[in-house]
Design a protein around this ligand. Structure first.
Ligand code: ADQ
Length: 468
Protein backbone atom coordinates (compact mmCIF):
# COMPACT_ATOMS: atom_id res chain seq x y z
CA UNK A 1 0.00 0.00 0.00
CA UNK A 2 1.19 3.56 -0.67
CA UNK A 3 2.49 5.83 2.02
CA UNK A 4 -0.17 8.07 3.49
CA UNK A 5 0.14 11.81 4.05
CA UNK A 6 -2.59 12.93 6.44
CA UNK A 7 -3.17 16.68 6.60
CA UNK A 8 -5.44 18.21 9.22
CA UNK A 9 -5.66 21.43 11.18
CA UNK A 10 -4.43 19.77 14.37
CA UNK A 11 -2.25 16.69 14.66
CA UNK A 12 -3.15 14.19 17.37
CA UNK A 13 -0.91 11.25 16.60
CA UNK A 14 -0.77 8.31 18.94
CA UNK A 15 -4.49 8.11 19.64
CA UNK A 16 -5.01 7.16 23.28
CA UNK A 17 -6.97 9.95 24.88
CA UNK A 18 -7.83 11.45 21.50
CA UNK A 19 -10.38 8.90 20.41
CA UNK A 20 -11.08 6.68 17.44
CA UNK A 21 -10.12 8.96 14.58
CA UNK A 22 -6.62 9.57 15.92
CA UNK A 23 -6.23 5.88 16.74
CA UNK A 24 -7.23 4.81 13.23
CA UNK A 25 -5.15 7.37 11.37
CA UNK A 26 -2.16 6.61 13.59
CA UNK A 27 -2.56 2.87 12.92
CA UNK A 28 -2.61 3.48 9.15
CA UNK A 29 0.46 5.71 9.35
CA UNK A 30 2.30 3.13 11.43
CA UNK A 31 1.38 0.27 9.08
CA UNK A 32 2.30 1.85 5.76
CA UNK A 33 4.56 4.70 6.74
CA UNK A 34 3.77 8.31 6.08
CA UNK A 35 3.44 11.60 7.86
CA UNK A 36 0.72 13.49 9.72
CA UNK A 37 1.04 17.18 8.93
CA UNK A 38 -0.77 20.17 10.45
CA UNK A 39 -0.69 23.25 12.64
CA UNK A 40 1.24 22.87 15.89
CA UNK A 41 -1.29 24.99 17.78
CA UNK A 42 1.56 27.42 18.49
CA UNK A 43 1.74 31.06 17.45
CA UNK A 44 4.90 32.89 16.23
CA UNK A 45 5.53 36.55 15.44
CA UNK A 46 6.15 35.83 11.76
CA UNK A 47 5.38 32.75 9.72
CA UNK A 48 8.65 30.95 8.94
CA UNK A 49 7.47 27.63 7.49
CA UNK A 50 9.86 25.84 9.82
CA UNK A 51 8.70 22.24 10.26
CA UNK A 52 8.93 20.51 13.60
CA UNK A 53 9.39 16.77 12.96
CA UNK A 54 8.56 14.33 15.73
CA UNK A 55 7.73 10.68 16.29
CA UNK A 56 4.81 10.00 18.60
CA UNK A 57 4.05 6.35 19.35
CA UNK A 58 5.68 5.29 16.11
CA UNK A 59 3.88 7.92 14.01
CA UNK A 60 5.87 10.57 12.15
CA UNK A 61 4.40 14.03 12.59
CA UNK A 62 5.32 17.34 10.99
CA UNK A 63 3.87 20.53 12.42
CA UNK A 64 4.21 24.19 11.62
CA UNK A 65 3.53 27.28 13.74
CA UNK A 66 1.19 30.00 12.47
CA UNK A 67 1.45 33.73 13.04
CA UNK A 68 -1.17 35.54 15.10
CA UNK A 69 -2.97 37.06 12.11
CA UNK A 70 -3.38 33.59 10.57
CA UNK A 71 -4.82 32.20 13.79
CA UNK A 72 -7.26 35.10 14.07
CA UNK A 73 -8.40 35.12 10.44
CA UNK A 74 -8.03 31.49 9.40
CA UNK A 75 -8.79 29.56 12.60
CA UNK A 76 -10.86 31.77 14.92
CA UNK A 77 -12.23 33.62 11.89
CA UNK A 78 -13.10 31.69 8.74
CA UNK A 79 -13.03 28.17 10.23
CA UNK A 80 -14.85 28.85 13.50
CA UNK A 81 -16.91 31.97 12.83
CA UNK A 82 -17.79 31.50 9.17
CA UNK A 83 -17.71 27.88 8.01
CA UNK A 84 -18.62 26.08 11.26
CA UNK A 85 -21.87 27.99 11.87
CA UNK A 86 -22.79 28.10 8.16
CA UNK A 87 -22.23 24.37 7.65
CA UNK A 88 -24.35 23.71 10.76
CA UNK A 89 -27.18 25.76 9.20
CA UNK A 90 -26.62 28.71 11.58
CA UNK A 91 -26.42 31.61 9.16
CA UNK A 92 -27.62 33.79 12.05
CA UNK A 93 -24.22 33.20 13.68
CA UNK A 94 -22.04 33.10 10.56
CA UNK A 95 -19.74 36.10 10.06
CA UNK A 96 -18.77 37.01 6.53
CA UNK A 97 -15.59 39.09 6.56
CA UNK A 98 -13.25 39.47 3.61
CA UNK A 99 -10.29 39.45 5.98
CA UNK A 100 -11.34 35.99 7.26
CA UNK A 101 -11.65 34.63 3.71
CA UNK A 102 -8.27 36.14 2.83
CA UNK A 103 -6.61 34.71 5.93
CA UNK A 104 -8.08 31.27 5.19
CA UNK A 105 -6.69 31.34 1.66
CA UNK A 106 -3.30 32.55 2.91
CA UNK A 107 -3.04 29.90 5.64
CA UNK A 108 -3.95 27.15 3.16
CA UNK A 109 -1.32 28.43 0.74
CA UNK A 110 1.19 28.34 3.58
CA UNK A 111 0.22 24.80 4.52
CA UNK A 112 0.59 23.76 0.86
CA UNK A 113 4.03 25.41 0.51
CA UNK A 114 5.25 23.80 3.71
CA UNK A 115 3.99 20.27 3.14
CA UNK A 116 4.98 20.15 -0.55
CA UNK A 117 8.58 18.94 -0.09
CA UNK A 118 7.36 16.12 2.18
CA UNK A 119 5.18 14.52 -0.51
CA UNK A 120 6.76 11.77 -2.63
CA UNK A 121 5.40 10.74 -6.06
CA UNK A 122 3.70 7.48 -4.92
CA UNK A 123 2.14 8.93 -1.74
CA UNK A 124 -1.59 9.17 -1.22
CA UNK A 125 -2.63 12.46 0.36
CA UNK A 126 -5.68 12.70 2.64
CA UNK A 127 -6.89 16.13 3.74
CA UNK A 128 -9.28 16.32 6.71
CA UNK A 129 -12.11 18.73 7.25
CA UNK A 130 -13.41 22.23 6.69
CA UNK A 131 -10.27 24.06 7.79
CA UNK A 132 -8.58 22.93 4.62
CA UNK A 133 -11.10 22.87 1.79
CA UNK A 134 -8.82 24.67 -0.74
CA UNK A 135 -5.64 22.77 0.16
CA UNK A 136 -5.99 20.19 -2.62
CA UNK A 137 -6.23 22.92 -5.23
CA UNK A 138 -3.23 24.71 -3.70
CA UNK A 139 -1.23 21.48 -3.97
CA UNK A 140 -2.34 20.97 -7.59
CA UNK A 141 -1.29 24.54 -8.40
CA UNK A 142 2.16 23.59 -7.18
CA UNK A 143 2.37 20.59 -9.50
CA UNK A 144 1.30 17.72 -7.21
CA UNK A 145 -0.08 14.83 -9.31
CA UNK A 146 -0.72 12.36 -6.47
CA UNK A 147 -4.12 10.98 -5.53
CA UNK A 148 -5.60 13.49 -3.08
CA UNK A 149 -8.74 12.87 -1.04
CA UNK A 150 -10.78 15.16 1.19
CA UNK A 151 -13.10 14.15 4.02
CA UNK A 152 -15.65 16.53 5.49
CA UNK A 153 -16.41 15.73 9.13
CA UNK A 154 -19.28 18.21 9.44
CA UNK A 155 -22.56 18.51 7.49
CA UNK A 156 -22.73 19.98 4.01
CA UNK A 157 -25.38 22.73 4.16
CA UNK A 158 -28.35 23.03 1.83
CA UNK A 159 -27.75 25.00 -1.36
CA UNK A 160 -29.76 28.09 -0.36
CA UNK A 161 -27.83 28.44 2.88
CA UNK A 162 -24.45 27.95 1.26
CA UNK A 163 -25.46 30.60 -1.23
CA UNK A 164 -25.24 33.21 1.56
CA UNK A 165 -21.45 32.81 1.62
CA UNK A 166 -20.11 35.52 -0.71
CA UNK A 167 -17.38 33.30 -2.18
CA UNK A 168 -19.39 30.05 -2.12
CA UNK A 169 -18.89 29.04 -5.77
CA UNK A 170 -15.17 29.86 -5.72
CA UNK A 171 -14.69 27.83 -2.54
CA UNK A 172 -16.64 24.84 -3.90
CA UNK A 173 -14.72 25.06 -7.17
CA UNK A 174 -11.47 24.41 -5.27
CA UNK A 175 -12.84 21.02 -4.20
CA UNK A 176 -12.43 19.86 -7.79
CA UNK A 177 -8.70 19.73 -7.02
CA UNK A 178 -9.39 16.45 -5.18
CA UNK A 179 -9.88 12.96 -6.62
CA UNK A 180 -12.39 11.89 -3.96
CA UNK A 181 -14.58 13.81 -1.50
CA UNK A 182 -16.05 11.89 1.43
CA UNK A 183 -19.13 12.79 3.49
CA UNK A 184 -20.60 11.00 6.49
CA UNK A 185 -24.08 10.62 5.02
CA UNK A 186 -25.99 10.50 1.78
CA UNK A 187 -27.85 13.62 2.92
CA UNK A 188 -24.69 15.75 3.03
CA UNK A 189 -23.56 14.28 -0.28
CA UNK A 190 -26.91 15.08 -1.88
CA UNK A 191 -26.71 18.69 -0.67
CA UNK A 192 -23.29 19.02 -2.29
CA UNK A 193 -24.61 17.60 -5.56
CA UNK A 194 -27.58 19.96 -5.42
CA UNK A 195 -25.26 22.95 -5.14
CA UNK A 196 -22.81 22.01 -7.88
CA UNK A 197 -25.62 21.10 -10.28
CA UNK A 198 -27.71 24.20 -9.73
CA UNK A 199 -25.03 26.83 -9.17
CA UNK A 200 -22.13 25.53 -11.24
CA UNK A 201 -23.75 23.50 -14.04
CA UNK A 202 -22.08 20.25 -12.94
CA UNK A 203 -23.27 16.81 -14.03
CA UNK A 204 -23.24 13.66 -11.93
CA UNK A 205 -23.12 10.06 -13.16
CA UNK A 206 -24.35 6.91 -11.46
CA UNK A 207 -21.01 5.99 -9.94
CA UNK A 208 -20.92 9.27 -8.04
CA UNK A 209 -18.47 11.11 -10.31
CA UNK A 210 -19.23 14.83 -10.64
CA UNK A 211 -17.99 16.74 -13.67
CA UNK A 212 -17.65 20.50 -13.91
CA UNK A 213 -15.61 22.72 -16.25
CA UNK A 214 -13.56 19.80 -17.53
CA UNK A 215 -12.70 18.50 -14.05
CA UNK A 216 -14.12 15.54 -12.21
CA UNK A 217 -14.27 14.34 -8.62
CA UNK A 218 -15.73 11.20 -7.11
CA UNK A 219 -18.12 11.49 -4.14
CA UNK A 220 -18.64 8.87 -1.44
CA UNK A 221 -20.87 8.64 1.60
CA UNK A 222 -18.68 6.89 4.14
CA UNK A 223 -19.83 7.18 7.78
CA UNK A 224 -17.12 7.35 10.42
CA UNK A 225 -17.29 4.89 13.28
CA UNK A 226 -15.59 4.42 16.64
CA UNK A 227 -12.91 2.00 17.73
CA UNK A 228 -15.78 -0.26 18.82
CA UNK A 229 -14.03 -3.33 20.22
CA UNK A 230 -11.57 -1.19 22.20
CA UNK A 231 -14.42 0.91 23.58
CA UNK A 232 -16.47 -2.17 24.57
CA UNK A 233 -13.43 -3.56 26.32
CA UNK A 234 -12.78 -0.25 28.04
CA UNK A 235 -16.37 -0.20 29.35
CA UNK A 236 -15.69 -3.56 31.04
CA UNK A 237 -12.30 -2.44 32.41
CA UNK A 238 -11.33 -1.44 35.93
CA UNK A 239 -11.54 2.36 35.62
CA UNK A 240 -14.94 2.17 33.94
CA UNK A 241 -16.21 -0.25 36.59
CA UNK A 242 -15.02 2.03 39.39
CA UNK A 243 -16.62 5.03 37.74
CA UNK A 244 -19.82 3.07 37.25
CA UNK A 245 -19.94 2.14 40.93
CA UNK A 246 -19.19 5.70 42.04
CA UNK A 247 -21.83 7.24 39.81
CA UNK A 248 -24.46 4.62 40.71
CA UNK A 249 -23.79 5.10 44.43
CA UNK A 250 -24.30 8.86 44.05
CA UNK A 251 -27.70 8.29 42.41
CA UNK A 252 -29.16 6.31 45.31
CA UNK A 253 -31.48 4.34 43.07
CA UNK A 254 -32.39 7.15 40.67
CA UNK A 255 -32.19 6.71 36.91
CA UNK A 256 -29.33 8.53 35.14
CA UNK A 257 -29.72 10.39 31.87
CA UNK A 258 -26.39 11.36 30.36
CA UNK A 259 -25.31 13.97 27.82
CA UNK A 260 -21.65 14.31 26.73
CA UNK A 261 -20.78 17.06 24.29
CA UNK A 262 -18.27 19.78 23.56
CA UNK A 263 -19.86 23.03 24.69
CA UNK A 264 -21.03 24.06 21.23
CA UNK A 265 -24.28 25.63 20.00
CA UNK A 266 -24.63 22.88 17.37
CA UNK A 267 -25.07 20.27 20.10
CA UNK A 268 -28.52 21.50 21.14
CA UNK A 269 -27.73 21.77 24.86
CA UNK A 270 -30.10 24.64 25.55
CA UNK A 271 -32.96 22.83 23.80
CA UNK A 272 -32.04 19.64 25.68
CA UNK A 273 -32.31 21.40 29.05
CA UNK A 274 -35.64 22.88 28.01
CA UNK A 275 -36.92 19.44 26.96
CA UNK A 276 -35.88 18.03 30.31
CA UNK A 277 -37.55 20.93 32.12
CA UNK A 278 -40.72 20.20 30.17
CA UNK A 279 -40.54 16.58 31.26
CA UNK A 280 -40.21 17.59 34.91
CA UNK A 281 -43.24 19.85 34.57
CA UNK A 282 -45.37 17.29 32.70
CA UNK A 283 -44.43 14.41 34.99
CA UNK A 284 -44.20 15.68 38.55
CA UNK A 285 -44.48 12.08 39.76
CA UNK A 286 -41.08 11.33 38.17
CA UNK A 287 -39.28 14.13 39.99
CA UNK A 288 -36.68 12.89 42.39
CA UNK A 289 -36.47 9.60 40.47
CA UNK A 290 -33.99 10.71 37.82
CA UNK A 291 -30.95 12.92 37.26
CA UNK A 292 -29.60 14.54 34.11
CA UNK A 293 -25.79 14.56 34.08
CA UNK A 294 -24.54 16.90 31.36
CA UNK A 295 -20.79 16.78 30.75
CA UNK A 296 -19.76 19.68 28.52
CA UNK A 297 -16.15 20.89 28.46
CA UNK A 298 -15.78 24.42 27.04
CA UNK A 299 -14.37 24.76 23.53
CA UNK A 300 -13.32 27.66 21.27
CA UNK A 301 -13.42 30.16 24.14
CA UNK A 302 -11.91 32.87 21.90
CA UNK A 303 -15.15 33.06 19.90
CA UNK A 304 -17.98 35.19 21.28
CA UNK A 305 -20.85 32.83 20.38
CA UNK A 306 -19.14 30.17 22.53
CA UNK A 307 -18.89 32.52 25.48
CA UNK A 308 -22.61 33.25 25.08
CA UNK A 309 -23.71 29.62 25.03
CA UNK A 310 -21.68 29.02 28.17
CA UNK A 311 -23.44 31.72 30.15
CA UNK A 312 -26.87 30.82 28.72
CA UNK A 313 -26.49 27.23 29.87
CA UNK A 314 -25.24 28.18 33.29
CA UNK A 315 -28.30 30.40 33.69
CA UNK A 316 -30.67 27.71 32.45
CA UNK A 317 -29.23 24.95 34.64
CA UNK A 318 -29.43 27.30 37.63
CA UNK A 319 -33.04 28.19 36.87
CA UNK A 320 -34.19 24.58 36.42
CA UNK A 321 -32.36 23.42 39.53
CA UNK A 322 -33.67 26.39 41.49
CA UNK A 323 -37.27 25.69 40.46
CA UNK A 324 -37.28 21.91 40.96
CA UNK A 325 -34.54 20.84 43.38
CA UNK A 326 -35.43 19.29 46.71
CA UNK A 327 -33.46 18.86 49.92
CA UNK A 328 -31.93 15.59 48.74
CA UNK A 329 -32.11 15.99 44.94
CA UNK A 330 -30.80 18.27 42.19
CA UNK A 331 -32.30 17.59 38.72
CA UNK A 332 -29.29 18.66 36.62
CA UNK A 333 -25.64 18.00 37.32
CA UNK A 334 -23.81 20.24 34.91
CA UNK A 335 -20.08 19.53 34.64
CA UNK A 336 -17.77 21.73 32.56
CA UNK A 337 -14.80 19.46 32.10
CA UNK A 338 -13.40 16.69 29.96
CA UNK A 339 -12.80 13.16 31.25
CA UNK A 340 -10.57 10.31 30.12
CA UNK A 341 -12.30 7.93 27.74
CA UNK A 342 -12.35 5.02 30.20
CA UNK A 343 -14.11 7.21 32.76
CA UNK A 344 -16.66 8.28 30.14
CA UNK A 345 -17.24 4.62 29.27
CA UNK A 346 -18.21 3.95 32.90
CA UNK A 347 -20.53 6.98 32.96
CA UNK A 348 -22.26 5.85 29.74
CA UNK A 349 -22.75 2.37 31.18
CA UNK A 350 -24.27 3.77 34.36
CA UNK A 351 -26.85 5.75 32.37
CA UNK A 352 -30.29 4.34 31.63
CA UNK A 353 -30.68 6.93 28.88
CA UNK A 354 -28.12 8.48 26.51
CA UNK A 355 -29.41 11.88 25.41
CA UNK A 356 -27.72 12.89 22.14
CA UNK A 357 -29.70 15.73 20.66
CA UNK A 358 -27.58 17.99 18.42
CA UNK A 359 -29.45 20.50 16.26
CA UNK A 360 -27.13 19.47 13.44
CA UNK A 361 -24.10 17.16 13.52
CA UNK A 362 -21.90 15.64 10.81
CA UNK A 363 -22.02 12.24 12.51
CA UNK A 364 -21.82 12.31 16.35
CA UNK A 365 -19.58 9.72 17.91
CA UNK A 366 -21.02 10.02 21.40
CA UNK A 367 -24.14 8.14 20.20
CA UNK A 368 -21.95 5.23 19.10
CA UNK A 369 -19.82 5.31 22.24
CA UNK A 370 -22.96 5.20 24.41
CA UNK A 371 -24.19 2.09 22.58
CA UNK A 372 -20.77 0.40 22.74
CA UNK A 373 -20.53 0.95 26.51
CA UNK A 374 -23.84 -0.72 27.41
CA UNK A 375 -24.29 -3.93 29.36
CA UNK A 376 -25.75 -6.42 26.81
CA UNK A 377 -27.97 -7.93 29.54
CA UNK A 378 -29.44 -4.59 30.57
CA UNK A 379 -28.79 -1.98 27.88
CA UNK A 380 -29.85 1.63 28.17
CA UNK A 381 -31.91 3.58 25.64
CA UNK A 382 -30.37 5.99 23.12
CA UNK A 383 -32.43 9.11 22.40
CA UNK A 384 -30.94 10.57 19.22
CA UNK A 385 -31.56 13.70 17.19
CA UNK A 386 -32.81 12.94 13.72
CA UNK A 387 -30.54 15.78 12.55
CA UNK A 388 -27.33 13.99 13.55
CA UNK A 389 -25.58 12.10 10.76
CA UNK A 390 -25.63 9.06 13.07
CA UNK A 391 -29.44 8.87 12.74
CA UNK A 392 -29.05 7.49 9.19
CA UNK A 393 -27.27 4.46 10.67
CA UNK A 394 -29.21 4.14 13.93
CA UNK A 395 -32.94 4.05 13.17
CA UNK A 396 -33.44 1.82 16.24
CA UNK A 397 -32.65 4.73 18.57
CA UNK A 398 -35.59 6.83 19.76
CA UNK A 399 -35.29 9.50 17.08
CA UNK A 400 -36.43 12.98 18.07
CA UNK A 401 -36.68 16.49 16.76
CA UNK A 402 -34.31 18.29 19.15
CA UNK A 403 -36.09 21.62 18.69
CA UNK A 404 -39.31 20.20 20.18
CA UNK A 405 -39.39 20.19 23.99
CA UNK A 406 -42.56 18.06 23.76
CA UNK A 407 -40.89 15.37 21.66
CA UNK A 408 -37.93 15.30 24.02
CA UNK A 409 -40.22 15.00 27.00
CA UNK A 410 -42.24 12.17 25.38
CA UNK A 411 -39.06 10.32 24.41
CA UNK A 412 -37.75 10.53 27.98
CA UNK A 413 -40.99 9.09 29.30
CA UNK A 414 -40.96 6.30 26.71
CA UNK A 415 -37.31 5.45 27.43
CA UNK A 416 -37.92 5.27 31.18
CA UNK A 417 -40.84 2.90 30.63
CA UNK A 418 -39.25 0.72 27.93
CA UNK A 419 -39.26 -3.03 28.60
CA UNK A 420 -36.03 -4.98 28.80
CA UNK A 421 -37.04 -6.97 25.71
CA UNK A 422 -37.49 -3.84 23.61
CA UNK A 423 -34.29 -2.28 24.93
CA UNK A 424 -32.34 -5.41 24.03
CA UNK A 425 -33.88 -5.58 20.58
CA UNK A 426 -33.03 -1.98 19.73
CA UNK A 427 -29.56 -2.17 21.23
CA UNK A 428 -28.65 -5.42 19.41
CA UNK A 429 -29.40 -3.85 16.04
CA UNK A 430 -27.38 -0.74 16.86
CA UNK A 431 -24.34 -2.48 18.32
CA UNK A 432 -24.11 -4.72 15.26
CA UNK A 433 -23.69 -1.70 13.01
CA UNK A 434 -21.37 0.07 15.46
CA UNK A 435 -19.13 -3.01 15.44
CA UNK A 436 -19.27 -3.60 11.72
CA UNK A 437 -18.76 -0.03 10.50
CA UNK A 438 -16.10 0.91 13.00
CA UNK A 439 -13.38 3.48 12.49
CA UNK A 440 -11.05 1.06 10.69
CA UNK A 441 -13.89 0.20 8.28
CA UNK A 442 -14.27 3.92 7.61
CA UNK A 443 -10.59 4.44 7.02
CA UNK A 444 -10.18 1.41 4.76
CA UNK A 445 -13.35 2.17 2.79
CA UNK A 446 -12.30 5.73 2.08
CA UNK A 447 -8.74 4.71 1.23
CA UNK A 448 -10.01 2.06 -1.13
CA UNK A 449 -12.00 4.71 -3.00
CA UNK A 450 -9.03 7.03 -3.05
CA UNK A 451 -6.65 4.43 -4.35
CA UNK A 452 -9.14 2.96 -6.84
CA UNK A 453 -8.17 3.36 -10.43
CA UNK A 454 -10.36 5.91 -12.17
CA UNK A 455 -10.24 5.62 -15.97
CA UNK A 456 -10.56 8.59 -18.29
CA UNK A 457 -14.32 8.08 -18.71
CA UNK A 458 -14.79 8.15 -14.96
CA UNK A 459 -15.31 4.41 -14.51
CA UNK A 460 -14.08 3.28 -11.13
CA UNK A 461 -12.44 -0.13 -10.86
CA UNK A 462 -10.86 -2.06 -7.98
CA UNK A 463 -13.72 -1.01 -5.78
CA UNK A 464 -15.09 -4.22 -4.41
CA UNK A 465 -17.48 -3.03 -1.78
CA UNK A 466 -20.14 -0.44 -1.32
CA UNK A 467 -19.50 2.27 1.24
CA UNK A 468 -22.81 4.07 1.22
P1 ADQ B 1 -17.22 16.73 17.38
O1 ADQ B 1 -18.10 17.88 17.05
O2 ADQ B 1 -16.14 17.01 18.35
O3 ADQ B 1 -16.58 16.09 16.06
P2 ADQ B 1 -18.42 14.07 18.23
O4 ADQ B 1 -18.54 13.24 17.02
O5 ADQ B 1 -19.57 13.95 19.15
O6 ADQ B 1 -18.27 15.63 17.95
O7 ADQ B 1 -17.11 13.62 18.98
C1 ADQ B 1 -16.78 14.14 20.20
C2 ADQ B 1 -15.71 13.25 20.86
O8 ADQ B 1 -15.20 13.97 21.97
C3 ADQ B 1 -16.27 11.93 21.35
O9 ADQ B 1 -15.34 10.92 21.11
C4 ADQ B 1 -16.46 12.18 22.85
O10 ADQ B 1 -16.27 11.04 23.66
C5 ADQ B 1 -15.38 13.20 23.13
N1 ADQ B 1 -15.85 14.05 24.24
C6 ADQ B 1 -16.91 14.86 24.28
N2 ADQ B 1 -17.06 15.40 25.50
C7 ADQ B 1 -16.06 14.92 26.24
C8 ADQ B 1 -15.66 15.08 27.61
N3 ADQ B 1 -16.35 15.84 28.47
N4 ADQ B 1 -14.56 14.41 28.02
C9 ADQ B 1 -13.88 13.64 27.17
N5 ADQ B 1 -14.21 13.43 25.90
C10 ADQ B 1 -15.28 14.06 25.45
C11 ADQ B 1 -16.64 16.34 14.65
C12 ADQ B 1 -18.02 16.49 14.03
C13 ADQ B 1 -18.88 15.27 14.34
C14 ADQ B 1 -18.17 14.00 13.85
C15 ADQ B 1 -16.72 13.97 14.33
C16 ADQ B 1 -15.94 12.84 13.67
O11 ADQ B 1 -18.65 17.66 14.52
O12 ADQ B 1 -20.15 15.36 13.73
O13 ADQ B 1 -18.84 12.86 14.33
O14 ADQ B 1 -16.04 15.18 14.03
O15 ADQ B 1 -16.01 12.91 12.27
Amino acid sequence: MSRLIVISNRVSAGGGAQGGLAVALSAALRANGGIWFGWSGEVTDHFTGHINFQRTDGVATATVDLEEQDVEEYYNGYANRTLWPLFHYRIDLAEYERSFAGGYERANQRFAETVLPLIEPEDVVWVQDYHMIPLGRELRNRGIKNRIGFFLHIPWPPRRLLGTLPEAAALVETLFGYDVIGFHTQEWLDSFVDFVKAEMGATVDESGVVRCNGRSVRLVACPIGIDASAFEEMARGLTARRTYEKVRASLVGRALIVGVDRLDYSKGLEERFLGYERFLEEHPEERNSLVLLQIAPPSRGAVESYQRIRSTLEGLAGRINGAHAELDWVPIRYVNQGYPRDVLAGVYRAAKIGLVTPLRDGMNLVAKEYVAAQDPDDPGVLILSRFAGAAEQMPEALLVNPYSAEELSDALQRALRMSLTERKMRWSAMIEDVRQRDVMWWLESFRECLEADVSADGTVTELNRSVA
